[in-house]
Design a protein around this ligand. Sequence first.
Ligand code: PGA
Length: 240
Amino acid sequence: MKLIRATDYQDMSRKAANIISAQIIMKPNAVIGLATGSTPLGLYAQLIDWYRKGDIDFSQVTTVNLDEYRGLPRTHDQSYWYFMHKNLFDHINIKPENVHVPNGMASAETAGAEYDALIEQAGGIDLQLLGIGSDGHIGFNEPGSAFELGTHCVDLTEKTISDNARFFASIDEVPKQAYTMGIKSIMQARKVLMVVNGVNKAEIVRQAFFGPVTPEVPASILQMHPDFTLIGDAEALSHI
Ligand code: PGA
């Protein structure tokens, strides 16, 4: 594991954007795994800025997102498809056909296998970007998730449903399930890059990367990845 210490959120975002940018310069047709959440927003804004300045070209890049709510159409403003377009894809020259997010409207029987096949056909993931949940989740792989799963359907925890209720008209409208790449899918990426900021993540960073590897802390498996980079701001790294 490579640990990169950033001073603050902006520094973390720039350093992570530099690594993604370098990947695309080294391999213009790279397959990049992307994540939603608040943590990557700064690095997406940085990538858009460099694209506008002519420093990055996304025309041959393929992206595969980690997860999507089951039952939400792409047009729903809480879908991850919508999030990614609003915060990145609508502002860069990526080809629409090269953008992939699990299909929330697909059937649970086929959605996972189809997404795994798509990743394989694209040649596998060159660089997977991740955030981390304060319970150690990566994607929607919550504590206790099996390490050997590919993309699959998960039941959201009560905590996640209540946390997300603020984005919906009522708690009843919050999806109860999601499709997520599994830990196996993430571990198969050739490089993994995690961004983390804020003091509320400090304890989980210590447990995940300086404690035992255990399904109770899903991100801890990344200690076993041969090319894993963690970029944290000073607050997130304050317990190590
Ligand atoms: P956050 O979410 O970036 O909004 O903190 C991270 C995650 O749950 O993976």
